[in-house]
Design a protein around this ligand. Structure first.
Ligand SMILES: NC(=O)c1ccc[n+]([C@@H]2O[C@H](COP(=O)([O-])OP(=O)(O)OC[C@H]3O[C@@H](n4cnc5c(N)ncnc54)[C@H](OP(=O)(O)O)[C@@H]3O)[C@@H](O)[C@H]2O)c1
Length: 278
């Protein structure tokens, strides 16, 4: 297993990860990865992750629905792309078999595809709830299920899941979305524990408000003055660096962890503050 001397997460962004090899169990995993599958690669955080990985000469399979947007990212990254609706049953098998065909062994799986929903839960349509759960929870679980056995067989691999602060601190007006991201948190925790020492790492990224088309797509723009949305490129950079280190979780921005600690230690105080600040 070689550690390659390559620019780590280019675009002038230094993560001090060049050549870093993580010892997970008895196996040393390469970093930066040579190959990656990235869902949500057509937009926002997933797109930025694809660009950063490509700058480190990682060969990727880009997954999304919007063929034109995927083409643009594929051209910029010299990556492969597959246009697929991840809410369709069996889509995870299409992605994993295409990945094997095009990339061979997959070092990194990034699950960034997801959607939001805003508004009172009592008027949310059952179809919208089902779609949210399917795309945000079922799809990453199925994709991990499809790709994990090969990683475990090789004794190496990295899984990066994009959750949300809403999964740790339920957000009013985003009840179903919060529930899906809480499910992802439980999934990541349990999976990490289950595969520990077998060469596969599981990193969960928990971003706050990120400047992407996410809010426009959910039909409710972000209107608060604070906290201000952070750039998607910053989230991508931090989550990839955390994955390279084999960290369990990465909070972006970091101060979010403070709010989560207050929530865990003194929930009554947190609830009072949340009642004021929302
Ligand atoms: N933006 C935020 O403030 C924020 C905060 C916390 C967490 N997050 C999480 O970050 C992740 C990325 O979101 P983003 O902010 O980058 O939003 P985004 O720019 O809207 O990107 C969402 C991505 O998910 C893909 N996607 C959605 N539904 C899909 C489906 N059924 N099949 C295949 N692909 C699908 C989209 O593909 P197409 O465009 O090709 O359909 C797109 O590439 C999500 O999991 C989101 O929950 C976002």
């Amino acid at each position: 297993m070689s550690t390659r001397s390559r620019p780590a997460f280019g675009n002038g962004v230094s993560t001090s990860l060049t050549g870093l090899a993580l010892r997970a169990g008895s196996v040393v995993s390469t970093w930066p990865p040579r190959t990656a599958v990235i869902t949500g690669a057509s937009s926002g955080i997933g797109r930025e992750a694809a660009l950063l990985l490509a700058a480190d000469r990682c060969r990727s399979l880009l997954v999304g629905r919007n063929g034109a947007a995927l083409d643009e990212v594929a051209a910029a990254t010299e990556g492969h792309r597959i246009a697929v609706d991840l809410s369709s049953p069996g889509s995870e098998l299409m992605v994993s078999s295409r990945a094997t065909e095009l990339l061979g062994e997959v070092d990194l799986l990034v699950c960034s595809a997801g959607l939001g929903a805003a508004g009172p839960f009592e008027v949310m349509s059952p179809a919208a709830i089902a779609e949210l759960v399917t795309v945000n929870v079922l799809s990453p679980m199925m994709l991990v299920r499809a790709m994990l056995p090969a990683m475990l067989d090789r004794g190496q691999g990295r899984i990066l899941l994009v959750g949300s602060i809403a999964g740790a601190l339920g957000v009013r007006g985003e009840v179903a979305y919060s529930a899906t991201k809480a499910a992802l948190l439980g999934f990541a925790d349990a999976l990490r524990s289950e595969v520990a020492g077998r060469g596969v790492t599981v990193t969960l990224c928990l971003p706050g408000v990120v400047d992407t088309p996410f809010f426009h797509r959910r039909g409710a723009p972000y209107v608060r003055r604070w906290p201000r949305p952070i750039p998607a490129g910053l989230v991508a950079q931090r989550m990839l660096a955390a994955t390279g280190r084999g960290d369990a979780e990465i909070w972006v921005p970091r101060w979010l962890l403070g709010a989560v600690r207050v929530h865990g230690a003194i929930p009554s105080v947190y609830r009072r503050l949340a009642g004021v600040f929302g």
